[in-house]
Design a protein around this ligand. Structure first.
Ligand SMILES: Nc1ncnc2c1ncn2[C@@H]1O[C@H](COP(=O)(O)OP(=O)(O)O)[C@@H](O)[C@H]1O
Ligand SMILES: [Mg+2]
Length: 406
């Protein structure tokens, strides 16, 4: 029978979210490229116009100089007028020895004396030369002989410079705004998820509590009856009640701030896998490799057992019920406790590694995709540890690593 929720509910949700993220990213990229491209267009037009303007000055000057058979004071005056009319483009007119004669739209620091100002202008001439070749004006006399040269140095106006950087500044401001709002959004989403987890877990523990205590009372009643005292039914009921108690304690631990206690980690894992071993396929062997038996680490036992159980169950699924699970525990150089759980299963494709801890991600027909979400939550939120896929090879297996604070 098809389970309608299982069929449509889970992966589609994640796939759609990823698609949407890509779309937003592509859209943002297009806006960025578009606005830079457009500004560049304007910048180039403006550049062209500024160059034309300067060339026009030069042309005028040249014509005037030619007509007047000499670079006399009148021409100079006229030229100054033209230069003054230019309000934006920094220009320096220099003679053939590179001595600045007129300048415009350059801020000379007021504390400089005239000698230093001269030096400042000369440096400025070098800067300008880097940007544009100076325009040379030949002054000719009546006979058409060149008797003098003038040089017009210029550079981009500050308006043009600002315009060039404007889209980058604008985009950075927008990017910062988006990053901040994304952080705020994911923070509030995480807070909401927290409330759901905690509320649901508490409620479950609470609901299980009532029938459980009633069941316990009934078993005590049976035990008191000599006819049932040593019967299988009483023992089996006792076992099931223990299991129910374990589940209740897990749910109530995850629904409250769990108490962490120093435990012998090898012993905890050994008990956990002994219990698991009896409940999984006999063709799966779980090996706990020997190590420092005295290694202690602060954990919450019911929750940590849940982690081991979930990871091992996934491993069993990945191996289709046949294979070996190896567990290695050791202390790292930094003093953390490393727990590696390896299986010989089908591995996790690279394309989904980033998703397997997300709620709802599963590749199984009857999976809910909550196991690893829970595991991650227990390790990271309740133990301040880390969990990640250390390695995974298609067809040969997966190693999951847990890091706990030693
Ligand atoms: N050891 C593993 N080997 C291969 N795939 C794994 C392993 N552990 C987890 N996965 C993948 O991660 C998915 C999510 O796991 P989980 O959160 O436990 O949900 P579920 O077990 O319900 O599918 C699984 O469906 C599986 O595709
Ligand atoms: Mg699972």
């Amino acid at each position: 029978m098809k389970d309608p929720l299982n069929e449509v509910g889970k992966i589609t949700l994640i796939k759609n979210r990823n698609k949407l993220n890509y779309l937003i990213l592509i859209f943002a990229f297009l806006i960025g490229v578009g606005s830079i491209y457009y500004t560049n267009l304007i910048v180039n037009q403006l550049k062209h116009r500024e160059q034309m303007q300067i060339k026009l000055f030069a042309k005028t000057l040249e014509t005037l100089a030619g007509d007047n058979s000499g670079f006399n004071d009148n021409v100079m005056l006229l030229f100054e007028e033209i230069v003054v009319a230019n309000e934006t483009i920094p220009v320096i007119v220099a003679n053939r020895d590179g001595e600045p004669k007129i300048h415009k739209n350059l801020k000379i620091p007021s504390e400089l004396n005239s000698e230093q100002a001269d030096l400042f202008l000369k440096e400025e001439i070098e800067n300008m030369r880097d940007q544009y070749e100076p325009i040379v004006i030949a002054n000719m006399n009546d006979q058409g002989e060149v008797f003098n040269y003038e040089y017009i140095f210029y550079k981009n106006s500050s308006l043009l410079n600002q315009l060039q950087y404007y889209p980058y500044v604008q985009l950075s401001v927008i990017a910062i705004f988006f990053i901040l709002s994304y952080l705020a959004f994911s923070y509030s989403r995480a807070a909401e998820q927290n409330r759901v987890w905690v509320g649901l877990a508490k409620e479950t523990a609470h609901q299980l509590g009532t029938p459980l205590s009633s069941l316990m009372a009934w078993v005590e009643y049976l035990k008191a009856d000599p006819e049932y005292e040593n019967k299988d039914i009483t023992r089996e009921l006792d076992k099931d009640i223990k299991k129910l108690e374990l589940i209740t304690s897990r749910f109530s631990s995850i629904g409250s701030v769990p108490v962490l206690q120093e435990e012998h980690i090898f012993e905890v894992i050994r008990v956990s896998i002994n219990y698991l071993q009896t409940r999984i396929s006999t063709k799966v062997k779980i090996n706990l490799h020997p190590g420092d038996e005295n290694l202690k680490v602060k954990i919450n036992k019911p929750l940590f057992d849940w982690v081991i159980e979930n990871i091992c169950k996934n491993a069993v699924d990945a191996m289709s019920g046949v294979g070996i699970i190896d567990i290695n525990v050791e202390k790292s150089v930094e003093g953390n406790v490393i727990i590696d759980i390896s299986d010989t299963g089908k591995g996790i494709p690279k394309s989904v590694i980033a998703q397997i801890f997300q709620p709802g991600f599963t590749t199984k027909k009857r999976g809910w995709g909550l196991g690893l979400t829970l595991v991650k939550r227990i390790i990271e939120n309740y133990h301040q540890g880390k969990i990640f896929i250390k390695s995974s090879e298609a067809g040969s297996g997966t190693t999951i690593r847990i890091l706990l604070n030693g």
